[in-house]
Write a protein that binds this ligand. Structure first.
Ligand code: IPE
Ligand code: IPE
Ligand code: MG
Length: 243
């Protein structure tokens, strides 16, 4: 494996956190923070395309977010439906392929249909794959991959890291190179667990609705300064030694 972080990251994963605090600072209901968060996401999608980042994965709703007050949960569901109808055509025109990762069983049929439509309409786009993690949990993902492997009849002695990866929700994407969390908390909150084994982490105090090109560039610049060794050692010339 080579140290490839002098170019742009191929895959950026973002925990879009801080919407509620952004609204609170403005004496607005939390919903307005989420609404502003959708607009921030649309701008970041364009910024990723401009920087030739191939994969953007965003944490939109965690498997634990059902614990929130029911009016916030239903507000979020409505907002997502509205965002799909408002932005789907634009995303399609931008060359974005949309994929949803997470447990779809628990969401409403209306939302499931909207996800299916978004995926179907954009399936041939190749500029950027935008994966929206919705009702997603990293532990859920590992368990569903194990179940799927068992259902496919993979015998225990054939189960390897590479084999299990084939059953993970994001098997179509390379592992994230760069993980960004906005909002100041320094934790994963059950986002991609399996996939971030060697991802570089950047934590930003910026609240998600205020995140834009400058903050993305700062995170990419921090990523480029990292020394990715993947457990190996560097020789004097800075390349990773071959095994
Ligand atoms: C993240 O913002 C969005 C979702 C979890 C849906 P929050 O709603 O967690 O905002 P804070 O962390 O309370 O500020
Ligand atoms: C993580 O943020 C989930 C999303 C951004 C969708 P949370 O706000 O739910 O995480 P905690 O509760 O601070 O860990
Ligand atoms: Mg939060």
């Amino acid at each position: 494996m080579t140290s490839d972080n002098k170019a742009v990251p191929r895959h950026v994963a973002i925990v879009m956190d801080g919407n509620g605090r952004w609204a609170k600072k403005r004496f607005l209901p939390r919903f307005f923070g989420h609404k502003q968060g959708v607009d921030a996401l649309v701008k970041v999608v364009q910024a990723c395309i401009d920087r030739e980042i191939g994969y953007l994965t965003v944490f939109a709703f965690s498997s634990e977010n059902w614990k929130r007050p029911s009016d916030e949960v239903s507000g979020l569901m409505g907002l997502v439906l509205a965002a799909v109808s408002r932005y789907l055509a634009r995303m399609g025109a931008m060359g974005v392929r949309i994929r949803i990762v997470g447990d779809r069983e628990a969401v409403s049929e209306k939302l499931r249909n909207a996800w299916n439509e978004a995926e179907a309409l954009t399936q041939h786009n190749t500029k950027l794959t935008l994966s929206v993690a919705f009702n997603y949990g990293g532990r859920w993902d590992i368990v569903q991959a194990c179940k799927a492997a068992m259902a496919a009849g993979v015998p225990p002695d054939q189960l390897s890291e590479a084999k299990l990866s084939e059953f993970m929700a994001m098997s179509y994407a390379p592992d994230p190179d760069l993980f960004i969390r906005t909002g100041g908390e320094v934790r994963i909150s059950n986002f991609l667990l399996w996939q971030v084994a060697y991802t570089e982490f950047v934590f930003s105090d910026c609240l998600w609705p205020e995140f834009g090109e400058a903050q993305l560039d700062a995170a990419i610049s921090a990523f480029r300064d990292r020394d990715r060794r993947f457990g190996g050692v560097k020789d004097a010339g800075g390349s990773l030694s071959a095994a």
